[in-house]
Design a protein around this ligand. Sequence first.
Ligand code: NAD
Length: 261
Amino acid sequence: MDMKLNGKHALVCGASQGIGQASAEALAELGARVTVVARSADKLSAVASQLDRINGEKNQWIAVDLSNESEIEARLLPALAKDPVQVLVLNAGGPPPGPLQSADPQAFIDGMRPHLVASQHLLRAALPGMREAGYGRIINIISTSVYEPIPGLGVSNTVRAAVAAWAKTLVGELGPDGITVNNVLPGFTATSRLDKIIEGKARQQDMSDAEVAEQLRSFVPLRRFAQPEEVANAVAFLASPAAAYISGVSLAVDGGRLKSL
Ligand code: NAD
């Protein structure tokens, strides 16, 4: 099975920590040179150094707020034009939790910016390089909510569904160029995003963080949270030559939590 990404360049968004960082590391382990993107220059510089140790390449970082289109246009798009990528991992922080019925309408605009709007900018900048290289992998890290909306995460559920529809449409448009588009859907994954969700639920339900964590684990047939590396393994596989005939899937990495067939 060909899992080698030597000679390929990957751009990984939201890669200063969590699933994005683990994905950058997994891609580097397969031999890709990686550029990591997030807001904090300090954290990104440390991640890029770690990647250098993994793949022996000079990996890059670009500090950009993916909610800010001017920053994307000024910093990310020129970098993609100069140094094309063949693997694009689209990822950012999740929108804040809360009941949907009282959500501020602005929350939808704020939620769409780092996900859908930033992704469309990056897609358009990355496609010429993918076509030229004859290799393209677009991977969205979204959520199991595209199959089963999650209570209390209404804005997130809505934004993720939009991204899933965006991705599925691109499958048809980009397939003739050999470019695949897939979604990875993390289940409960041990990152600071999950810590915040647990803290929020604990406050709401007057429970301790440990009790909420235990309750969430009980919803998972494997009875544990994923490590970020376990989600990253799916990202790396979908980026590899071995996954050339897989396009348009939404792959849950959730320990069996989804109930739908
Ligand atoms: P995380 O909060 O640990 O990491 C998010 C990354 O995105 C960080 O590097 C952060 O700096 C970056 N980021 C956030 N907003 C950004 C912005 N505006 N511009 C640039 N960078 C930005 O999250 P995670 O747990 O690694 O989750 C990754 C994705 O998977 C998120 O969309 C999350 O909602 C989703 N998800 C996570 C879980 C989970 O249990 N952890 C479950 C389902 C879905």
